[in-house]
Design a protein around this ligand. Structure first.
Ligand code: MN
Length: 221
């Protein structure tokens, strides 16, 4: 069973329910993808999650995987049409994660106006750290930093304050479109600087504020 641990030992691990992911939630990244900076949402299967990272097999038919470092929200309470207060109360924790994207498969899907599922949902497409509690960040979430390095070189760097939707706005908006439940995880989008990673290159996603990181590398059979 896939579980995501809390960094503080006093909480049981989160059993993931649905996994939502925002695209285009950082204007700079939307521009680098030549897309409008208006958040979109997609869904990943739970088997895409890879708590603790490790070795991730590059999917078949893909020769170009991009890294997208993201802050991930974990819900302890669900519901529909949540108020700001309810959305704030629903967030239980935060992690640092990566939305690995089979960019070549996604580009072909975009051309044909097909869904992104194959490019975003392969096994291990979403390495994720342990969860930090949300409570200390309720008023300071803009300071949460996120970084990604490949072979020790920094490729992406940003803060959650650069995102278009705040964590509470994200949960409120998703709760209008979907019925959320405890255990849901929400990847909140990536800052600028996405790029390719090659098999065998050591990658680390981290947040100094959250004190969380996850290391991973791609492999091909
Ligand atoms: Mn993403």
């Amino acid at each position: 069973m896939i579980e995501v641990a809390f960094s503080t030992g006093d909480r049981p691990p989160l059993i993931p329910a649905s996994i939502y992911a925002l695209g285009r939630n950082y204007a700079e990244h939307a521009r680098e993808m030549e897309a409008d900076p208006e958040p979109v949402v997609f869904i990943m299967p739970r088997t895409a999650l890879r708590p603790g990272g490790g070795r991730i097999r590059r999917p078949e038919g893909c020769s170009l995987v991009h890294h997208e470092v993201e802050v991930v929200l974990a819900l302890g309470i669900g519901g529909s049409r949540l108020s700001a207060r309810e959305a704030d109360d629903a967030i239980a924790g935060l992690a640092i994660g990566v939305d690995l994207t089979a960019r070549d498969i996604q580009a072909r899907a975009k051309e044909k106006r097909h869904p992104w599922a194959r490019s975003k949902g392969f096994a291990g497409a979403a390495p994720i750290s342990a969860l930090a509690p949300w409570a200390p960040w309720k008023r300071r979430w803009k300071e949460i930093d996120l970084h990604l390095s490949v072979c020790g070189t920094r490729r992406q760097s940003g803060t959650l304050g650069q995102a278009i939707l705040s964590p509470v706005e994200t949960v409120m908006q998703l709760s209008r479109w979907f019925e959320l439940e405890a255990g849901d995880l929400i990847f909140t989008g990536t800052p600028a600087g996405v790029g390719p990673i090659q098999p065998g290159e050591p990658c680390v996603a981290k947040s100094l504020a959250l004190g969380m990181e996850v290391a991973f590398e791609l492999w091909v059979p």
